[in-house]
Write a protein that binds this ligand. Sequence first.
Ligand code: IMP
Ligand code: MG
Length: 179
Amino acid sequence: MEKDIQEVMLTEAQIQARIEELGKILTEEYRDKNPVVLGVLKGVVIFYADMIRKINVPCQMDFMWVSSYEGTDSTGSVVVKRDITTDIKDRHVLILEDIFDTGNSLSFIYDHLMKKEPASLKICTLLDKPSRRKPGVTLQADYVGFTIPNAFVVGYGLDYNEYYRNLPYVGILKPEAYT
Ligand code: IMP
Ligand code: MG
């Protein structure tokens, strides 16, 4: 696994320090709001597990699983593989996502959830790659862990063909590892 990494972009320590900072902000934001914290599977799992333990307010957890991404290229179409089951009408909902890339999946998820009439809907993404945003996507993340340049990254939940999710850091994959 390690041999396929060209460069570590974000170390474990950097990620944990940023999560600590975001945790303080989100704890203030969601105090007395009893939020539903919605993770977008599968890439968010590691971030979700760390982030949720730094949001020190009573909250409920739920997950959505959508798919729009094949290999290293986004196809544009989004399919719901697992929908949210919590009733979010009049609830404060915080979406946790691994990466805001073209914006395809988050735009879809945002519209999908808004139809359910939440009291508020905000987005917290670990990584933001604004240079990859599809024209026409106006949605923005409310909370961003790190804004990163246009490179394909893996680790800390992010995959290439379902591998590398268990790397403890975020790294750039060597081009020769794309097979
Ligand atoms: P979107 O293009 O913003 O819709 O992102 C769709 C999904 O593609 C994300 O949730 C990630 O799972 C995946 N993705 C986007 N960029 C990367 C990357 O650099 N590495 C690994 N997965 C990525
Ligand atoms: Mg994902």
